[in-house]
Ligand binder design. Structure first.
Ligand SMILES: *Cc1c(COP(=O)(O)O)cnc(C)c1O
Length: 880
């Protein structure tokens, strides 16, 4: 019989067990093994059946068992200790509080009272499946690391009724998608309520007099609240109820509504949360990718409602906004039809106080090659945020290049987009066995500190761990993976229609003593899932090598609309189904956090072969590294930054311009096989005098001690605090209504006057054709500032090496001093010394930039005046 309605009856816990409920609702259990152990001992069978999910566990434990535990004094004592530990974690001072006090003592501006962090997806735990891949996991790791460090973050996202899809395989290896319904009552969430007990809601106005409402769920991520907006409420029409149905599903309008709900509704949710709980209001708003970009518009509208004009409100909002871009290709950016956006804003829709034209202009691609009819979320993100960053050094450079059209007149390296390299939340991703080895070496507390706050000194003690212990750990982890793989493979084959009798061979799949390679990630084409299949004979030889075999575990989901990706999966599955190799290569369906947590530690090699530079950062290799797994990767993303031959391998690339993509795959695949045959497998299988692979073990040790402190999300969040949040908070505070109005007026005056600004004359003291290192030139410049005054600008000497086309590279800019003016023609004189501090071909020039104390970068307005070509010729400005 089919039920007409489904509801969840929550257990009533006996009084002595009440703290279990708080422990289950705070997601800190997901990165705290001790709390998980406690839940396991509630009922080991139920624990396994619940998928290791405390909320489900408590819903499933028989009442008799609960009664028994309430009488069990040892259990109750353990429970009290766990509750006490959580309480201490929640209320004690952590890194941020120490930093704040130090800053207060130094009388500096002080860290933000709160930061709101917006993301379209959050991967916190498998028990809250609201992520599709790296972007979401990164967001989850950001919240957890912020919690560990005591950073007062508020997370904001959407609650998707179906999350992302679950993957299985058809008999012939084609990806099948399932969308299980997630019942919020069965998830670790609580509904945010008004003081009168009714559910809190936010409302958005839609065209045609319609309304979109959302209720607010709260996930408690350690110290960090995560607000999830859910449009599935009865007051909504059917269409609106479906806005938060699934992650990255549906057409363009559906996505626009999701993003409006996330950005605009998200700000309203934060205001509601702060009003109801007394939480400090955020001083900084951080948007993880462009999807939440409308949050800036909502905050402009808030200021306009309080009487501000648009331009000053824009300045005030920009000052406190941080935008992180994750996409190294224009095709990866979210863009909407301009008309679609126009219909959803203005009178009769959202933000009626803001002129629709102004909204549209913020997302307009105003650079050469831009598409006038599209609204670009990343472009809006950059215009609404005074601070922006990419997610690795390399990606920072790629982003500056990619968006340089928004700052015409500036070289790409001056585009105001910096980078903060991603990190991963070690307590989530380090296997308990690895943690225990650390704890045995340096103690529990220092191990926890090493994983959260970081610091290379704490990691140095890895050097003292004996070879045998490291090798035994590696084998244990590999063996656990082998067991896990067999279980998952058996389940997958059953689902593909095989009977138990056909599956005896699965007991012989993988070998705990064979070099194990992992490859798991989403399956967009640039990640090249099937590169390893380029030469199947060579791969087969590697798998079946009589002395030095390898085994490979592969996993990954293709986007439901991406048939190309599904074909790649099928190709791989078919290869892995071949009885000749199926004991050495497996494809596991339904890649997600639960699998990932077992997979990374059990592998010896983590393989990554994207098309460089399309991997903005990549994080799975970092998680592998934290467990002593070595990386073999194309020099892309984080690996380009931190690779060293003493702890990993770089796959040589053929990414020079003009290489045919097919040929490039051939070359790079061949390079990968070479590495595996000649360098990697011999190193793994060779035995030193002690009978252990000591050179391999040394690489494991170096991976841990050298990469460990770098790849931490704690390091990343500290960088965000120090380099972006703190300056953004200071800028936000400086931007009171008068300052904002002043800055807006100044910008508009400077923009209007800029055509009248020029460099008129340049003179150098001792301009000979060759010069000696260490000598100084004196520069004298005359500039025309038109309607502007010397206070409005900075005149700079820019110098550095020059390339064959006379372009200055690695430029340094030094301000020149105003020394007189205006002369009879209204021109001003500037001068200053120019040190010849580099040998070789050297060049310099001068330029004028707008200058104002509230700008974060000289390039902010995209305005610059440089000498005309004639002047360059006449002055012989470039010297070789
Ligand atoms: C870490 C992780 C990712 C991201 O991996 P990349 O290397 O950045 O592609 C994706 N999915 C899951 C489940 C992860 O844990």
């Amino acid at each position: 019989m089919k039920a007409i309605r489904r509801l969840t009856v929550r257990p009533v816990l006996p009084e002595p067990l009440r703290p279990l409920s708080d422990l289950a609702r705070n997601l800190r259990w997901s990165w705290h093994a001790e709390t998980r152990d406690l839940f396991r001992s509630v009922d080991p069978e139920c624990w396994a059946a619940s998928g290791r999910d405390p909320v489900r566990l408590l819903g499933a434990v028989p009442a008799e068992r609960l009664g028994e535990l309430a009488e069990d004094r040892r259990f109750v004592r353990r429970l009290a200790a766990a509750a006490d530990d959580l309480d201490h974690y929640m209320t004690g001072d952590r890194w941020y509080q120490t930093q704040s006090r130090a800053q207060a003592q130094a009388q500096s501006a002080g860290l933000p009272a709160a930061v709101a962090y917006f993301s379209p997806e959050f991967g916190i735990t498998a028990a809250l499946p609201q992520y599709s891949g790296g972007l979401g996991i990164l967001a989850g790791d950001h919240l957890k690391a912020a919690s560990d460090l005591g950073v007062p973050l508020i997370g904001v996202g959407l609650l998707y009724r179906h999350g992302y899809f679950r993957q299985s395989l058809s008999r012939d290896g084609w990806q099948q998608e399932h969308y299980p319904v997630l019942d919020p009552d069965e998830l670790p969430l609580t509904l945010l309520k008004e003081t009168d007990g009714t559910p809190a809601q936010v409302h958005l106005a839609l065209p045609g007099g319609k309304e979109l409402r959302a209720r607010l769920w709260l996930a408690q991520v350690g110290r960090v609240p995560l607000l999830l907006l859910d449009s599935d409420v009865e007051e909504n029409d059917l269409g609106e109820r479906g806005v938060t149905d699934r992650l990255y599903g549906g057409g363009s309008e559906h996505r626009l509504l999701q993003e409006m709900l996330l950005g605009i509704g998200g700000v309203r949710a934060v205001r509601t949360y702060c009003r109801l709980t007394g939480h400090a209001e955020p001083e900084v708003f951080h948007t993880n990718e462009g999807h939440a970009g409308f949050l800036g518009l909502e905050r402009i509208a808030e200021l306009c409602d309080r009487g501000s004009e648009f331009e000053p409100a824009l300045e005030a909002v920009r000052a406190g906004t941080v935008f992180t871009t994750h996409t190294p290709v224009p095709a990866g950016i979210d863009r909407f039809d301009r008309q679609l956006v126009a219909r959803h804003f203005g009178p009769g829709a959202e933000l009626p106080r803001i002129d629709v034209e102004r909204v549209l202009r913020l997302g307009m691609e105003t650079y050469p090659g831009g598409e006038p009819n599209l609204f670009n979320m990343a472009v809006m993100g950059l215009r609404l945020a005074q601070r922006a960053n990419g997610v690795s050094l390399l990606h920072g450079g790629v982003s500056r290049e990619m968006f340089s059209g928004l700052w015409p007149g500036f070289d790409a390296d001056e585009v105001p987009i910096t980078s903060v390299t991603n990190g991963v939340h070690a307590p989530t991703w380090v296997a308990p066995e690895v943690f225990r080895l650390g704890a045995r070496q340096i103690g529990v507390q220092r191990t926890e500190d090493a994983l959260t706050v970081g610091g290379s000194d704490r990691w140095d003690s890895v050097a003292d761990i004996p070879d045998e212990d490291i090798w035994e750990l590696r084998r244990t982890l590999r063996e656990q993976l082998v067991t896990e793989v067999r279980e998952r493979l058996r389940a997958s084959w059953r689902q593909r229609g095989a009977g138990t009798a056909e599956l005896g061979w699965i007991d012989g799949v993988l070998d705990p003593d064979v070099l194990t390679i992992g490859f798991a990630r989403r399956v967009p084409s640039y990640k090249r899932l099937t590169l390893m299949l380029r030469d199947r004979d060579r791969l087969t030889d590697l798998l079946l090598h009589p002395e030095r075999p390898v085994q490979i575990v592969v996993a990954g989901k293709a986007h439901p609309a991406d048939d190309g990706g599904k074909r790649l999966i099928q190709e791989l599955v078919r290869f892995a189904d071949d009885p000749r190799v199926r004991h050495r290569v497996v494809f596991l369906p339904d890649y997600g956090m639960a699998m990932a947590q077992r997979l990374y530690p059990g592998c010896d090699i983590w393989l990554n072969n994207p098309l460089r530079p399309l991997e903005a950062c990549g994080t799975s290799g970092m998680k592998a590294a934290l467990n002593g797994c070595l990386n073999v990767s194309v020099l892309d993303g984080w690996w380009d930054e931190w690779f060293r031959p003493d702890f990993g391998w770089a796959i040589p690339t053929a990414d020079g311009a003009g290489t045919d993509p097919d040929r490039r795959d051939d070359i790079e695949a061949a390079a990968l096989y070479d590495l595996l045959e000649q360098r990697i497998t011999p190193r793994f299988y060779e035995r030193g005098p002690s009978g252990l692979p000591d050179r391999w073990i040394e690489m494991v040790r170096r991976t841990l001690s050298l990469l460990g402190p770098k790849v931490l999300a704690g390091r990343m969040v500290r960088e965000y605090v120090e380099r972006l949040y703190a300056p953004a908070a200071a800028a936000h505070r400086a931007m009171d209504p008068d300052a904002a109005r002043g800055l807006a007026e100044w910008k508009s005056r400077v923009r209007a006057a800029w055509p009248g600004v020029s460099v008129d004359h340049v003179e150098t003291g001792t301009a000979t054709a060759t010069a000696e290192l260490g000598s100084t030139l004196s520069l004298r410049v005359r500039v025309d500032l038109g309607e502007l005054a010397p206070d409005d600008v900075e005149v700079q000497a820019v110098s550095g090496r020059v390339d064959s086309e006379d372009r200055i590279t690695e430029a340094t800019a030094v301000p020149l001093k105003p020394v007189g003016g205006p002369d009879l023609e209204g021109r001003w004189a500037y001068e200053g010394p120019l040190a010849l501090d580099r040998t070789g071909t050297f060049g310099y020039t001068v330029r004028i930039l707008p200058a104002h104390p509230l700008l974060a970068s000289g390039a902010e307005l995209g305005l610059v005046a440089v000498p005309s070509d004639e002047l360059v010729e006449a002055a012989g400005l470039l010297m070789r």
